[in-house]
Design a protein around this ligand. Structure first.
Ligand SMILES: Nc1ncnc2c1ncn2[C@@H]1O[C@H](COP(=O)(O)OP(=O)(O)O)[C@@H](O)[C@H]1O
Ligand SMILES: CC(C)(COP(=O)(O)O)[C@@H](O)C(=O)NCCC(=O)O
Ligand SMILES: [K+]
Length: 248
């Protein structure tokens, strides 16, 4: 059994897959290292290997991986930056500067689409990446994700305050807000929708109608209705991870 980890800025996505065959045996989302070790231990008694991608510092990632390596007596292989992988060419001037989660997601998307694609990843940050039909990554965009937008407003104002229940109720509509919660929650949602629509317009400029859209990240559901043809692919980073770190 193989443990796969996607260490984002806020959450760690994990899953266990069999050495042969397809599909995950178990998996989930955790907030912290300690929780990860506990939950994996409670689900499996042994592991053959681990592969991971991380956008955290090497130090933080090592801290997370070391207890797993010793608990299961196995080694973890890390996805590393590359200028080219599986027919996709990294479009960054400095390929090692492209976030590894973005890189793996777009490699995974191109592998599935076998043609032009737009990858939207909605996590702590929201990112868009464009890959042409020839596998050339054109680059992308980064903006704050919904939790960051909301927190910035709260941190830098004195009167934007409301609880989680109000936030949830606020999103039952998208009309002009008549309370602080509605105004903020709907405002942030509309910013996100505007971002997605702009990316779709750009993709249409490049490729007409001949492209696939992939939605991934914990908040992908927030915009899924906007792009009915999109493939909602929560495991996209793992698809790329399997390509970047094949098992020997
Ligand atoms: N089970 C879940 N656990 C944590 N966050 C979740 C979950 N389902 C959806 N989310 C949403 O996903 C977002 C985090 O997305 P994720 O892609 O994990 O971020 P990152 O990769 O930056 O850590 C959070 O803002 C939260 O709103
Ligand atoms: C853009 C990101 C912060 C997204 O991280 P996430 O929201 O998935 O945690 C991450 O891919 C990153 O740190 N990238 C490095 C900068 C870049 O891609 O240009
Ligand atoms: K992201």
């Amino acid at each position: 059994m193989i443990l796969e980890l996607d260490c984002g800025n806020s959450f760690i996505k994990w899953r266990v897959i069999p050495r042969e065959g397809v599909g995950a045996l178990c998996g989930g989302v955790v907030g912290a290292d300690v929780e990860l070790l506990q939950v994996v231990r409670s689900k499996v008694s042994s592991l053959d290997a681990c592969r991971l991608v991380s956008v955290r510092t090497d130090e933080e990632t090592l801290q997370l991986v070391a207890p797993l390596e010793s608990a299961f007596a196995m080694a973890c292989s890390w996805a590393r930056p590359a200028a080219e992988l599986a027919g996709v060419r990294n479009g960054y001037e400095q390929p090692d500067r492209l976030g590894l989660d973005r890189w793996l997601a777009l490699v995974g998307a191109y592998h599935q689409a076998k043609g032009a694609c737009l990858v939207l990843d909605l996590g702590t940050a929201v990112t868009a990446d464009f890959v042409g039909g020839d596998g050339q990554h054109l680059g992308g965009f980064i903006c704050p994700g919904v939790p960051l937008m909301r927190n910035q407003l709260r941190t830098h104002t004195r009167r934007i305050r409301y609880d989680d229940a109000a936030a949830e109720r606020a999103l039952h509509g998208l009309g002009p807000g008549r309370s602080t919660a509605e105004a903020v929650e709907r405002g942030c949602s509309l910013m996100l929708q505007g971002f997605v629509q702009t990316q779709l317009a750009l993709a249409r400029e490049y490729w007409g109608g001949a492209f696939r859209v992939f939605l991934t990240g914990g908040d992908a559901g927030l915009v899924a209705d906007l792009v009915p043809d999109a493939k909602v692919a929560p495991d996209l980073v793992f698809t790329g991870l399997a390509i970047a770190c094949p098992l020997d």
